[in-house]
Design a protein around this ligand. Sequence first.
Ligand SMILES: Cc1cc2nc3c(=O)[nH]c(=O)nc-3n(C[C@H](O)[C@H](O)[C@H](O)COP(=O)(O)OP(=O)(O)OC[C@H]3O[C@@H](n4cnc5c(N)ncnc54)[C@H](O)[C@@H]3O)c2cc1C
Length: 284
Amino acid sequence: MPPETEPDPAEMMPMTDARLLDRLAAIVGSSGLVTGDELRGRSANWTRPTEPCAALALVRPRDTAETSAILAACHAAGVSVVPRGGATGLVDGTLCAPDEITLSTERMSGIEPVDPLGMTVVVGTGATIESVQDAAASSGLFFPLDLGARGSATIGGAISTNAGGLRVLRYGMMREMVLGLEAVLADGTVVSSMRPLIKNNTGLDLKQLFVGTEGTLGVVTRAVLRLRPEPAGYATALIACPSVDDGARVLRAAQSAFQGRVSSFEGLWPDFYRLMTAPGRATL
Ligand SMILES: Cc1cc2nc3c(=O)[nH]c(=O)nc-3n(C[C@H](O)[C@H](O)[C@H](O)COP(=O)(O)OP(=O)(O)OC[C@H]3O[C@@H](n4cnc5c(N)ncnc54)[C@H](O)[C@@H]3O)c2cc1C
């Protein structure tokens, strides 16, 4: 008779993997290690909602020290680790093979009090973009990064993908919003450069190695983020242009007229515009 359910991979693995999982559980506590059905209940990522996470285990450190201990243990066991934030990335960067460990930052979501004069905030990289926006707003400041996945996407994911979002023209990409960070290399070594200064020309800017590199060089655990004054107001215009070149001229003219304060500029092609404004779709 064949078994009624698929065997749990954790029960079939060699002792070395079992010992590694015991070691990881000892680091993060049993509630910090997710395996078996609970892990298969999580999807691979946002673009594969029905595909279960294939990793051997998901481990949830609470801070940099636990992250370092996890990476050191996996490094010693020769097991690959895939960092995971909100899993909203669109290029499958969080996909895992069955013999890999995925490291989730979901328990590193703390946000320290905003510095209203320095206009900075220190966050755990599991904090969502939206929670950082809210923390900034509650201090009368503004965290400019914004994108559709704001409620799930994390600061660590935004750093690792160098996310752009809706306000790139005025505020730049995530790279421009990170003043300092702390990261753990594959062997568990901690690299810390939590400097809150905008003007900082002391030597190599190591943090740039972790921006846009999809977790390949280490797991980012904390970051110092740059905040901005809340804009006094917004104005939005819908402009019909006869050609793409004319659209580019409109953008150029607006950037000059508004002295670099244009935050967003989006082209809507005729077929998209007709679809979205068709009766019953949306109202302008
Ligand atoms: C509706 C929607 C709209 C979007 N709009 C935009 C947009 O306008 N602009 C844009 O740039 N992107 C956009 N994205 C893509 C995505 O949201 C961003 O790339 C986001 O920054 C990913 O964050 P995440 O926490 O989900 O990262 P994840 O998907 O979890 O991870 C992304 C990559 O970063 C690595 N990683 C995650 N956390 C860490 C960490 N702490 N340390 C090291 N590596 C880490 C992962 O291994 C993976 O390679 C959109 C996605 C959706 C679903």
